[in-house]
Write a protein that binds this ligand. Structure first.
Ligand code: CTP
Ligand code: CA
Length: 230
């Protein structure tokens, strides 16, 4: 099925997008997560599909429905997302990692609900949760990039946005990183708009204030330009 109005400049290309937050269990009733809604990744998957790509979306814990014609793999935790990515990644020309992956997870998730009061009546006024680092999925992808694969990460910062994001570009061996400043109005989580700077090893490009749909198409435009230059 073809949607009118979009140039099919990704025809024959395969695109893998990860989107949404991950969720890390503390006990059977509680978890750690973040404010990501998955909108940006969803728009990227939709836009790539509209432009003719064959798209797989690895989707974290969000209520949003995956776009039509996109192969959607639902995951919950960072570990599940990592496993899904490891199964899939070799088959794609372009990988865009928009997911907000938890950096830490409870080291010993409780199998029973954590209670404030023990059976002997002792009340716990404080609760210490030990957290352990999750695997960096994007760094794994950077270290295992297949030939001609284009890898785009996302970056969320509250200060020194471009400098800190550029560091991630090098550290994770990326071809591009889309840097998000969540402090600016109309940018970041839950809203339909974004203010993003695209950073590559050779230049920065400010996209300015636009809808997430427009941002998605601009990111794809830039990726296509970069792959032409390469
Ligand atoms: N990322 C990932 N796996 C993780 C953590 C992050 O794949 N365990 C990816 C995100 O999907 C995103 C990129 O790394 O594409 C940058 O995420 P961000 O949170 O901005 O930076 P981090 O590298 O996690 O560093 P920090 O949170 O400490 O700033
Ligand atoms: Ca992080």
């Amino acid at each position: 099925l073809y949607e009118a109005g979009y140039k099919k400049d990704l025809l024959g290309k395969s695109v893998l997008v990860t989107a949404g937050p991950t969720r890390e269990d503390i006990d059977p009733v509680r978890f750690i997560s973040n404010h990501s809604t998955g909108k940006m990744g969803m728009e990227l998957a939709r836009a790539a599909s509209q432009r003719g790509a064959s798209v797989t979306l690895i989707l974290g814990d969000t209520k949003l429905k995956a776009p039509l014609h996109v192969n959607c793999i639902k995951v919950v935790s960072a570990l599940e997302m990592f496993n899904a990515v490891k199964t899939e990644y070799k088959n794609y020309d372009i990988i865009i990692k928009a997911a907000a992956v938890a950096d830490y997870r409870p080291k010993y998730p409780a199998s029973e609900k954590i209670k404030k009061t023990d059976t002997d009546g002792t009340v716990h006024n404080n609760l210490n949760l030990e957290l352990e680092k999750t695997d960096d999925i994007l760094e794994f992808l950077g270290n295992n990039k297949t030939k001609n694969q284009f890898l785009c990460g996302f970056s969320m910062e509250t200060q020194d946005v471009v400098e800190n994001s550029r560091k991630k570009l090098y550290k994770k061996n990326l071809d591009m990183i889309a840097a998000n400043s969540i402090k600016e109005k109309g940018a970041g989580f839950g809203v339909d708009t974004n203010i993003i700077t695209l950073i590559t090893p050779s230049y920065d490009k400010q996209l300015g204030f636009m809808t997430k749909q427009e941002t998605a198409h601009s990111i794809l435009d830039e990726i296509i330009e970069c792959t032409k230059r390469a």
